[in-house]
Design a protein around this ligand. Sequence first.
Ligand SMILES: [Zn+2]
Length: 310
Amino acid sequence: MRVVVQNDKFRARLQRVALRSGLAALACAAVVSGCSAPGTDPGSGGAPGRQPGRGGPDRPTDPRARLAAEHERLVAATRRWDLDQVPLTPPAPPAVKPRITPRDGFEVDGQREENLPPVFTTVPTRQKVVFLTIDDGDNKDPDFLRMMSDLKVPYSAFLSNYLVKNDYGYFRRMQSEGHTLNNHTLTHPYLPGLSYEEQKDEICGMQAVMKKQFGKAPTVFRPPYGDYNGDTLRAAKSCGIRYAPIWDEEVFVDHWEYRDDDRSLHPGDIVLTHFRGRNDWNGTMVDDMRRFLNKVTRDGYAVARLEDYL
Ligand SMILES: [Zn+2]
């Protein structure tokens, strides 16, 4: 397969960032190709990872060499997982978190007065980032863990206990690699069909499981099917939940679905997929992630960590 060069805008941004931080060679090192002419590199004028006049060959302690080596590693991972392009590197987490408000039309009565967790599909940001969220927890494919850690793609898992309880260890591995585990109820019911107390049992019950199994109760919760009412958000708040993200796009192994008529990604969009395998659809989690990453990269988006923006 062929690894395609990142888009020009991204390359320009990388070069700006690199110059600002005095790492001119990174601008070349961090893209697959396309800026190899020494004249474009006002820093060292040398190949990435080398420091002419400062000792010659690569030194593992040199930050530029480390960055170049890391990029080479990423290019190899891109080939190994058969992606079209190297995934774009997300910007640093925002120093000032955006103010998250409910999506228009997704508020409940008392939303503002009771300071209920907002239901939203997009994080307000101008950065070309999207957030990957993966629900339920049925399929537990070790290749998926390997792929995402190889490619350094962050994601948030929304777990429902009845599907994850046969292998909490799988999700602990995720957590140990820096991914976030969030609440998706004990048994995945249609919450608006339940009383306040029943909803509270579903949400607070899952908080307790997560605290016990994963060491902490999350502040982020997603109602199953994206369905909720005022009681859902009230119950969630009482269990320590602060945010109720749903999604703007959903990716399946063989197609995408869009909430908005323009059928395209927007900065800050939350993308949903599910832990599914060949029993559920015509492919593996790896195939699903390949579809996801190929599109977001092609459209110029990096995948960032949702919780960094909350
Ligand atoms: Zn679900």
